[in-house]
Design a protein. Structure first.
Lengths: 123, 96, 105
């Protein structure tokens, strides 16, 4: 067994919505974990950063406005979320587009983030 | 960390995986991911360059017909081998 | 009074836009709750929450949301339990005409 990481769950969300329900499942997993007062962090990686586009209006397609749900994370005591800096740059997302408390992580910090969690759940 | 990669060559998840892959890691190709190991393709060189140990699930490789055309850096594993890899690594990241 | 077909088997309002204060009274009566000013404060906050976050809160965020908006005395689970006994997040969401909270157990 490799040296165990410190603890907590890292939920990695890599798909945009609304094409697939994976984005929603990742967020629900993170929020449910937080609702149980378990340590959890959410990482938006690759195309997953597209979930953060701020001007979503899903009222005509019958799914949740994911960005609005993401903005409720501080109420679940998830004060921070992690955002792949390269993915955000590719998507043209600027700091003002991101939710409050978002932390941009570059390539080397990404690996450290994975290694600092006991469990990794990829969506 | 154990990485499982289950998507066709060229899928963005392949690049996301490669960016994270390190020498102490193991990578297991599943499903459509086994095509990445095709000897004549360009997909696996970046995986090999990471220094990670590389595997493909035997049943999926056979189903795809690539079992005799794999780049030599890949080892075929069966289900028991998959379980052994899971036991060896504390973390598992599924790329798909 | 809305007919039984307006509600899910668990008693949640199917069409959010059909909610009125009278519907809230009907939903509360079905839960055995007589609505007071204190109840209404929380119900309106829940509807604000839904507007802002497109979801019904679980218990933990509900407590925090009430604390932020109504202060420390109200933002406590015992206070919410006294208003909506049993499962405050679920019952208050129901009376506020919102869907069942996703992360409510």
């Amino acid at each position: 067994m490799k040296a165990a990481a410190q603890g907590g769950v890292l939920v990695v969300t890599r798909h945009p919505q609304p094409g697939r329900s994976l984005a929603r499942s990742a967020l629900d997993t993170a929020l449910a974990t937080a609702a149980f007062e378990q340590p959890v962090n959410l990482l938006f990686l690759g195309a997953g950063v597209l979930q953060l586009l701020p001007e979503q209006d899903s009222s005509d397609v019958g799914v949740r406005n994911l960005r609005k749900v993401i903005d409720s994370m501080p109420l679940y005591d998830m004060e921070h979320c992690y955002v792949d800096a390269e993915g955000a740059a590719r998507a043209g997302l600027t700091a003002t587009d991101l939710p409050p408390g978002a932390i941009l992580v570059d390539h080397t910090a990404l690996r450290a983030l994975f290694d600092s969690h006991r469990h990794v759940l990829g969506f | 960390m154990l990485h499982t990669l289950n998507c066709s060559p060229g899928h963005p998840a392949v690049q996301d995986c490669i960016a994270l892959l390190q020498q102490e890691d193991a990578l297991l190709l599943l499903g459509d991911g086994v095509y990445i190991a095709l000897e004549n393709s360009q997909g696996w060189q970046a995986l090999q360059a990471s220094g990670a140990t590389l595997h493909a699930l035997e049943a999926d490789a056979r189903a795809a017909g690539v079992q005799h055309r794999l780049a030599p850096c890949f080892t075929l594993v069966d289900d028991a081998g998959f379980v052994a890899l899971s036991e060896l690594h504390a973390q598992h990241m599924a790329w798909y | 009074m809305l007919p039984a077909t307006a509600f899910t088997p668990e008693g949640f309002l199917k069409d959010l836009s059909a909610w009125t204060p009278a519907v809230a009274e009907q939903l509360a009566a079905a839960e055995g709750i007589a609505l007071t000013t204190a109840h209404w404060e929380v119900l309106h906050l829940l509807r604000d929450y839904y507007q802002q976050f497109d979801s019904s809160p679980a218990m933990r965020p509900l407590v925090k949301w009430v604390r932020i908006n109504l202060g420390e005395d109200c933002g406590r689970s015992v206070y919410l339990l006294s208003l909506f006994p049993g499962s405050p997040a679920k019952i208050a969401s129901k009376i506020a005409g919102l869907p069942k909270p996703d992360n409510c157990l």
